[in-house]
Design a protein around this ligand. Sequence first.
Ligand code: SF4
Length: 363
Amino acid sequence: MPVIESFGPHRKTAAESIRLRDDRRFRVLPMPGLEWNDEVARETAHLFERVKNVIPSVEWPFFAPYVRAINALKKERNAVILAHNYQTPEIYHCIADVVGDSLQLAREASKAKADVIVQCGVHFMAETSKILNPDKVVLIPDSKAGCSLAESITGADVRLLRERYPGVPVVSYVNTSAEVKAESDICCTSANAVQVVESLGADKVIFLPDQYLAAYVASQSNVKIIAWKGACEVHERFTGDELRRAREHDPSVQIIAHPECPPDVLAEADYTGSTSGMIKWVREHHPHRVIMVTECSMADNVSAEVPDVEFVRPCNLCPHMKRITLPKVLDSLLTMQEEVWVDPVIAAKARRAVERMVNLKSC
Ligand code: SF4
């Protein structure tokens, strides 16, 4: 069984804290007005248009004042908001500058021109942004937004694996801590895992921490995979049985699944791919009814874009992703908290593994 790493906010050095406190650009700002009125309705009408199929109109008066305030603050702070595909529609469609899967966010983070990056996602994603942008301020609106995969393995575990399998390269999924990335040869995402593994030219690789993604890669490649027994608490809850029942109910339904799901789930799928792969598949195939076997908010986000596709939702929410809310994003921009900090020595080693992935031509 994997060792469970305790999770908590990373501490800034005293120098880091002083730098932030003394930088006038980053002073704490007063709370803006958050009342719903005609002006707010007018200024946010174009954004409501994007989400009107997935956010009831009675809820918009709560979201809209936050959306307006956050979008104004982004300019004042010269901030960019990166939002993962699993964020809720009011974040994904109304305040984010960049949306995507972990790979897309990592790539955009490395190109970010802003002074401040606000990561609407979980902690390892914010760490990845900091690793790629050591000179920028990276904020996460809730530092307790963790991940069961990232917490399933530590750097010490990777060192033990290397001792046990000397000379075997280590591929780590981006859903890992900076410390684990620092001990790895290269990172991967679910979008490029097979290409990354094959790019190493080895007959055997250590692949961590997701056992199901590892099994999927092994099924797609001749490279022998040594897997760690981590799992995503959201994707491992889906079962092949529930999908078989859904197909019996409607044989025409299309099933598309994320490779973090167990093999019996993938065996029922018409398509298996990363979150970005699934979104592309829906745009290209435009199915009548589809089951998107992944975190629930993604179906809402895609549904807002293709309202004529019916999404059957076997709903599993990620409790960590759902910690990020509009009020917390606003608070984060007002107070410049929580700043993500990664030890520079660990960050430099982790950056090599992430950049090696980002720079792979075939990915
Ligand atoms: S959905 Fe799974 S892998 Fe993604 S952040 Fe949540 S627990 Fe981690």
